[in-house]
Every structure is written in structure tokens, then in C-alpha cells.
Write a protein that binds this ligand. Sequence first.
Ligand code: PLP
Length: 356
Amino acid sequence: MSYEANVRKVIPYTPGEQPEGKVIKLNTNECPYPPSPKVEKALKAMDTDTLRKYPDPLCGGLVSAIALYYGLEKENVFVGVGSDDVLSMCFLTFFNAAKPILFPDITYSFYDVWAEVYRIPFRTVPLREDFTLDPEDYMTENGGIVIANPNAPTGILESPYVIEDIIKANPDSMVIVDEAYIDFGGATVLPLIKKYENLVVVRTMSKSRAMAGMRVGYVFGNPKAIKYLNDVKYSVNSYTMNTPSLIAGIAAMEDDAYFEEITGKVIATREWVKKELKSLGFFFGDSKTNFIFAGHEGTRPGESRAAFAERIFLSLKERNIYVRYFKKPRIDGYLRISMGTDEEMRVLLDILKELI
Ligand SMILES: *Cc1c(COP(=O)(O)O)cnc(C)c1O
């Protein structure tokens, strides 16, 4: 015998690579622009003496800034260390049934990892051939539902009505809607938190507010659901949010003009890159995110979609351009390409022209 029999063994989530040095990094959906200048100013003005003290466990300033921006009450908002942290808290808080939770077969690959680590039974539901979701598939007994909208890595946005049908049909299950990419042109289900108590909406400052390194995520829900989340948080770690991230989060939330500017630029780049990729023979769904999930029929004799995608992925990497490739059933014929600056995308497109 050894202690190993009692270890919680898990297969962890694999994040995208974070290469050192001068590369064009289009593999983890980060923002190519810096955070708001107000964030820089606020952090420079931070008095390091405050680091002696524990941060505000209620995260009151940040919660208020988020509530104000979205026209909600403080009681509707829960914050955490990126949306990965708040999603994990949501799984722990809301998914405690014996029945399996449901999520699509192709989606954010952290969902099954949290289900495994927390021992939550789960069942994946196949998306249609075009990667859209059939709400009927979720009208069956379940212990909870989690849906990324727009979805990752496909970039596909479902209408709020499709999501509402699922929420309405499942009053006994919590439905978590992960809106990590909603700021790039999607319609949110946020207003529905007033109509359905079994809905929470998860957001992040990592993508649309250019703060992946700061780790700020948040959840919207009815006051009771938010209270349940806080009870679990205080039972794990009262001080999840550090002082600099609270300060930076408030400053980011207060600069709406800058937020509109950078998300607008990313959307413009995406629409331009869609045209360019199409002319190179790529196919893809209508992404409403800061990335494009693109496939290609292959350009060499007998080359399959998957062989093409892997070849391009590796050739780009040799040239210090990082995109994401998932060697998994149904999606191994695609590359997930995050939107960089226009200059970075120009370099990518020129090299793609050579490679295909
Ligand atoms: C990036 C991403 C997250 C995690 O974002 P963080 O806030 O940086 O933890 C969550 N969900 C989806 C769908 C994502 O793509």
C-alpha cells in the first residue's frame, strides 16, 4: 500500500503554450492591445503599503463598479480570479445532483476537467454537423447545464432565444452560460437573470478588456444564487482576489470608451481576416468572437483536412507564429486563430499563402 491509493488523480486541462521571445501569438485568444491607460495609472498610483493588509474579502469596490456598469445591484454580482475560478466555484456550488450535468461534445475543454476533479457525473451532447446546438437535446433529465455562448473553440453564437428555451425547460437545474466572448458582437442572455432563477452568466476581463494576466472574472445571477456562491467561496478561500487585481479591475470597468475602441478594432480585424481566409480556400462558421476556427480541404494530393491543419500548425510554429490546434475527433481539421493586430494578421496571411 502507499498514499497513492488516496490521491485525487486527474487529467488536467492543457492551456495554450506561452512561448518566450518574439513570436506572433494567436493561440490563446488574448487581446493584442494593452489594457486601458486608466489601469496603468491606477496600478502606478497603488500604495504598496496597502499590501500589508488582507484585501477586502467582499471585493466591494470591484463588485460595485461591475454592477454599476451593467445597471444591476451589487447582490447580482460575484467576482473571482478569472472566469476559470468563478466557473469552478459555480460547478462546486450548483452541480451536486446524482444525475449527469450536460454540455456540448465540442466546447471549452475545462468543463469535463472540473466535472472530473469534483466528481460530478456528466454527459456530453453532440453538436450538429455545423457545430450549432439543438436545444431539444437539453430537454431531458439532468443535474445541471453549462453552455459557452459564443462557443469555444468554434466561435459560433447561439441566439438568446435558443438559450432561453433551455433555461425555461430546466427549472430544477442551474444553467451556467459562459459568455467569455460576448463582447465581440454577440447578444447576451444577461437580462434573463431577472426572469429565471436557474441562470447564472459568467464573464471575464481576460479577452475583451485585455487583462488575462490580471485574472478577473465575474458572475451575474439572482441574489440567492450569488449568496450561495459567496458561501462556497468563503468556505474555500476568503481572499481569492488580490489587491492589485481589485484596483485594476475597477479601473478597467470604468473606461468604457477604451473598451469600445479595442473590441471594435478586434471585430474589424476579424471581419477583414474572414474575407482573406475565405479567398485562400478556408471555411469556417460565422465567428462572433476574437478568433476564427478555420478548416481547409487540403492542398496536396491526398491531403486530408486533419493532415492539412496539423501541417500548417507545425509550419507556422517553425516560423514563430502560434495558433491553436486540437488533435481531437471532429475538430482535428481546424485551426483556431486568435485575432492579433492588423500587422500581425498580415504576416500570418502572407505566410499562409506560401504554405498552402
Ligand atoms: C478563456 C476562456 C475562459 C477563461 O478565462 P479566464 O477568465 O482567463 O479564466 C472561460 N471560458 C471560455 C469559454 C474561455 O474561452
